[in-house]
Structure formats: structure tokens, C-alpha cells
Design a binder for this molecule. Structure first.
Ligand code: GDD
Ligand code: MN
Length: 367
């Protein structure tokens, strides 16, 4: 084996339903990276449109192309992490498949890392001079994106101007420092990496204009925004609470509101006693918690059809045992330390922990 087989640069491209963008992407990479020893790895989460199959077809014609076909998993951040870890190159880039990021920037990013050995990370940025969101974002997305940017920079103490960017190039040594710390769930791997780097990195930002999507649809939605809030809170706790648990707690809090509303409504009906109103409230709240967790907290393994029903029943069972754990723990604390608020709070924490772990292992167990 000669060193010419070793790539200097691995370009990681996360894909979900991006079949129509694979070929154009590889062609554009070839043009801009001409002269470099590069490879591209498409990390596909078993897209229903057959993106992985398409990548294999292209790879048979071009040895620079690889596929990492993930089964039973979903998530942009996790895909980028695994793609980076699958490479031996000293430099890794991440770029979206839909041609919204200006790939011609890659050559300049690579040169910047070559020229300055101290440099750890180069970000393709929409918020520095000459960079812009262009026409690639709707007015509402642009507004939301700006708010999220401000929030992340404040809360995560990030100085880079566009931590929401999904377009960057990083030295492997830097990536390895934080790889174990990163959250696999969520959309914002750059913000997570910057936060995990705790200001240790030398960073450069290069401007570019965000383009229109080439083919297919965006996967960004309300859920990704909540996931992002989860990431912020998770980072504030120093990573102690994973994103999933933060989302689970958010859903749990919504359940309290639902329960109170149902009890209030039920009591308004003639002849309904508090006992039955409370039972109705608990059941509706458990059901809405299940539906929300299924869509949000466990969006990477959403249960459908018969699985949905099985999941709902097991979730009822899990929550009933959680209630027992809750009362038991509160009792035990109260006996030692007769402070009702403290005892009740400990009970609630125990109940939440039980519900989280048990539902993770039973209701939404990974297959
Ligand atoms: N493997 C995998 N799994 N890939 C995914 C998943 C997933 O669950 N979800 C999305 N992707 C891929 C898409 O196929 C695409 O290549 C890329 O990730 C970005 O997804 P889009 O749906 O196109 O996101 P966007 O255009 O709304 O937002 C992008 O650009 C923003 C601005 O730079 C993302 O990169 C954002 O993180 C970024 O802030
Ligand atoms: Mn996009």
C-alpha cells in the first residue's frame, strides 16, 4: 500500500432521502477538491427513497465514494459523528447533501488548516462579512435561526458567529478531544462541539451564501427546535442530563397541565366525583405523554401501528410502577425528615427517573 491511498480529507455527508443529490454532490466535490486526496462518506439512515443504494451505485464508478448505511437509527448529529469516526483522514469536513452549502469553500477551508497548524476548526459561516442566508431560508426560518444563534452563543459561551452552521472542517486531533462528549440526538452538532471544546480551539470563519435546496425536502421542523432547546439545557447541566431526558421532562411537565385541565373539566360535569375526575385526568395525561414522547423524545424510534398500541399499554404499566416508586420514596424521606415539600419533591424525582429508564428499556427499547 502506498500513501496515495490514504485520504488527506474525508467529507462526511449525512443523508436522509437525498437520492437526487448524491450524484451532483460527488461531481461538485470532484471539481473543487481536484488535486487533493479526498474521499466522501455518505452516512445514510436507511432512507426509504433508496439513497444508500444510489450511493453504492456511484461508489462502484468512483472509489472516492463510501457509504455508511445505518439501520434502526435516526439523527443528524449521530450520523456526522459516526461518519467522522469511520475515517482515518487527518482532516474531516461535514456538509449537507442538498447543495445548500457552498462546496467551493472546502478547498479554502483545507488550505487554511494547512497554512496554520494551530488552527483547529474552520466554519462555513452565514453571519460574517459577505456571508448570508441568501434565499435558502424563508423569512420565518431566518428569524428563528437568528434567535437560536443568539441564544446558543449566550448560553453556551460560544464566540463563533454562526454556531448553527452544519458546514465545517475540523482537524481530527480536535474532533477526538470532544467525540465522546457529543450528543447523538439533535441537529446542531457544531454548537455541541463548540460548547464541548470549552474555548480551547482556534477557529476561523469563512463566509458563504446559503443556497436553495437542490432536490428533496428539509428535515427541519418544530421537533428539531425543541431538540435544540434540549441541547442547550443539557449543556447547561454539563451534559449530566442527556437531551432525551430533558425532552422527557418537558413532556412530563406538559402532562401536569393536561391532567389539571382534564380534572377541572371532568368536575364540571354533573355527578362526577373527584376520585373519577382524577382517574380520567391521569389517564388522559399518560396518553398525551405517550404520544408526545413517541413523536419528540423518541422520534428516532417512533412506534407505529400495532407497536403503537403495545407501547401505549406498556407505558401505562411503566407509569403505574413509577407512581409506586414516587410514593414509596416520598414516604421513606418523610419518615427521616418530616418536610412534606422536600419529601414530595424527592418522590417526583424518583418517579420521573423510573418512568424515564423503564420506558427507555421497555416501551421504546432499541431494536
Ligand atoms: N443521516 C441522517 N439522519 N441525515 C439527516 C437526518 C437524519 O436523521 N436528518 C437530516 N439529515 C441530513 C439531510 O439529508 C441533509 O443532507 C442534512 O442532514 C441537512 O438536513 P436539512 O433537512 O437539509 O436541514 P436544513 O437545510 O433545514 O438545515 C441545515 O442547514 C442549516 C444551516 O447551515 C442543517 O445543516 C442545519 O444544521 C444548519 O443549521
Ligand atoms: Mn438543507
Amino acid at each position: 500500500m502506498t500513501s496515495t491511498f490514504l485520504p488527506q480529507l474525508t467529507v462526511v455527508v449525512p443523508t436522509y432521502n437525498e437520492k437526487g443529490n448524491v450524484r451532483p454532490m460527488v461531481e461538485l466535490l470532484g471539481k473543487t477538491l481536484d488535486g487533493l486526496n479526498w474521499e466522501v462518506v455518505f452516512v445514510d439512515d436507511d432512507s426509504p427513497d433508496g439513497t444508500a443504494r444510489e450511493v453504492r451505485a456511484v461508489a462502484r464508478e468512483n472509489p472516492r465514494v463510501r457509504v455508511l448505511h445505518r439501520i434502526g437509527r435516526r439523527g443528524l448529529s449521530g450520523a456526522c459523528i459516526e461518519g467522522a469516526l469511520s475515517s482515518v483522514a487527518p482532516v474531516i469536513a461535514v456538509i449537507d447533501a442538498d447543495l445548500q452549502h457552498d462546496e467551493t469553500l472546502l478547498a479554502g477551508m483545507f488550505r487554511a488548516l494547512e497554512d496554520d497548524p494551530e488552527l483547529d476548526l474552520v466554519i462555513g459561516s452565514r453571519n460574517v462579512e459577505d456571508g448570508s442566508a441568501g434565499s435558502g431560508l424563508t423569512a420565518m426560518r431566518k428569524w428563528g435561526s437568528d434567535r437560536a444563534n443568539g441564544l446558543a452563543r449566550k448560553m453556551l459561551k460560544i464566540t463563533a458567529s454562526d454556531p448553527m452552521s452544519g458546514f465545517f472542517m475540523i482537524r481530527r486531533t480536535a474532533f477526538n478531544q470532544v467525540a465522546l462528549d457529543l450528543q447523538k440526538q439533535g441537529f446542531k452538532i457544531l454548537a455541541d462541539m463548540l460548547s464541548a471544546s470549552r474555548g480551547r480551539w482556534k477557529i476561523k470563519e469563512l463566509p458563504y451564501t446559503f443556497r436553495e435546496r437542490h432536490s428533496g425536502d428539509s428535515k427541519m421542523d418544530g421537533t428539531t427546535t425543541l431538540e435544540f432547546l434540549g441541547l442547550l439545557i443539557s449543556r447547561l447541566t454539563g451534559g449530566l442530563l442527556p437531551i432525551r431526558f430533558v425532552l422527557f421532562l418537558m413532556v412530563g411537565m406538559s402532562g401536569v397541565v393536561v391532567q389539571l385541565a382534564v380534572v377541572r373539566l371532568a368536575l364540571a360535569a354533573p355527578g362526577v366525583t373527584f376520585f373519577w375526575a382524577q382517574i380520567a385526568g391521569v389517564f388522559v395525561a399518560m396518553t398525551s405523554n405517550f404520544i408526545l414522547n413517541n413523536r419528540l423524545t423518541y422520534r428516532d424510534r417512533t412506534l407505529k401501528g400495532r407497536e403503537f398500541l403495545r407501547g401505549l399499554l406498556s407505558f401505562y404499566a411503566v407509569c403505574s410502577l413509577g407512581a409506586i416508586a414516587n410514593v414509596g420514596a416520598a414516604e421513606a424521606v418523610f419518615r427521616v425528615l418530616p418536610n412534606w415539600a422536600m419529601a414530595s419533591f424527592v418522590g417526583a424525582v424518583m418517579g420521573a427517573l423510573w418512568n424515564f429508564w423503564a420506558s427507555l428499556l421497555v416501551t421504546w427499547r432499541a431494536r
